[in-house]
Design a protein around this ligand. Structure first.
Ligand code: HEM
Length: 277
């Protein structure tokens, strides 16, 4: 018998804890659309959990060995990134379910949600921080349970995917340094990556991984954008329910519009501009 398997065999419901799962939706009103609102958010949190699980595995793969990161690890990291990218596709399309809710349907229970907001999703922030977009202000504004705050703090202090990617590139002969866009060091890194992009077959594994991170970063941006349009269509210019956390003057879609251009892998975007034949 394998580890953890009950004597009388596994059952679908007990293995997946379906009864417990179905008890975790607790609407605050009798409004019809509140159940879909809760379920969509819960499903997001489950997917975020899996995304973090995969990204953590990618971090390990890219840091193993100390010296040159081997082809096998890079290929496996790219494979796991493709899973993350597929999940991002699901997350994007899920917004359409939310859009079947008419503005008036949301208004019927919106008041009861204050001051809760997706802004307080600690796992979303973990993904952002792990990717490379850390922010002391967002860490300070984290309004979650103690365990989630502790995890987010760890992400804030820990290494990022962007750092691992650049270390991996260096180990493969593309001299790369972590530096702010606009600095000389940043431009140097971009030009070393231009060499990779100019001749993809020279290091096909590294090229594949680079494009996987590109897809991932674009996926984050597409989600931000899709969420932004959905929010405007549902609440227009109204102040968001999390206005207390986002700060006066940055509430609702005004806050969201400032996040649309965030990039976790700025070097990979800049390569496109600098690339020549
Ligand atoms: C009717 C549906 C929704 C509305 C009206 C809405 C509205 C908003 C607003 C106005 C903000 C900005 C912060 C604030 O002022 O509260 C925000 C942030 C956010 N929402 Fe939503 N949202 C909705 C659905 C969702 C869903 C389904 C998710 C999935 C988890 C989500 C995740 C987030 C996240 C992660 C942020 C923070 C974004 C950032 O800081 O970059 N929202 N939302």
């Amino acid at each position: 018998m394998s580890f953890g398997q009950p004597k009388d065999g596994v059952r679908y419901g007990s293995y997946l804890r379906v009864p417990e799962l179905l008890k975790t939706q607790a609407p605050l009103t009798n409004e019809h659309d509140e159940l879909q609102f809760i379920i969509i958010h819960q499903v997001y949190e489950l997917w975020f959990r899996l995304v973090l699980h995969e990204l953590d595995a990618v971090m390990v793969l890219l840091s193993e060995g100390g010296g040159r990161v081997c082809d096998e690890n890079i290929r496996e990291a790219a494979r796991l990134m493709r899973r993350v990218i597929c999940i991002q596709g699901v997350l994007l399309h899920q917004i359409a379910v939310m859009e079947t809710m008419r503005p008036v349907d949301f208004l019927r229970f919106r008041e009861y949600l204050k001051p809760a907001s997706g802004f307080q999703s600690a796992q979303f922030r973990e993904v952002e921080f792990l990717a490379g977009n850390k922010s002391q202000a967002l860490l300070d504004h984290c309004d979650a349970d103690d365990e989630s705050k502790r995890r987010l703090q760890k992400r804030f202090e820990g290494p990022t995917l962007r750092e691992r990617y650049l270390q991996c590139a260096t180990s493969r002969g593309f001299a790369s340094n972590l530096a702010d866009p606009g600095t000389e060091l940043f431009t140097k890194t971009v030009f070393s990556l231009v060499e990779l992009y100019r001749n993809p077959p020279a290091d096909a594994s590294m090229m594949d991984l680079s494009e996987a991170f590109m897809d991932f970063d674009e996926g984050l941006g597409l989600w931000r954008s899709r969420h932004f349009w959905m929010v405007e269509r549902v609440i227009g210019g109204k102040i968001g329910t999390g206005y207390a956390a986002t700060g006066e003057g940055f509430e609702g879609i005004r806050y969201l519009s400032q996040t649309l251009n965030k990039k976790a892998f700025p070097e990979l975007w800049e390569v496109r501009t600098r690339l020549t034949l």
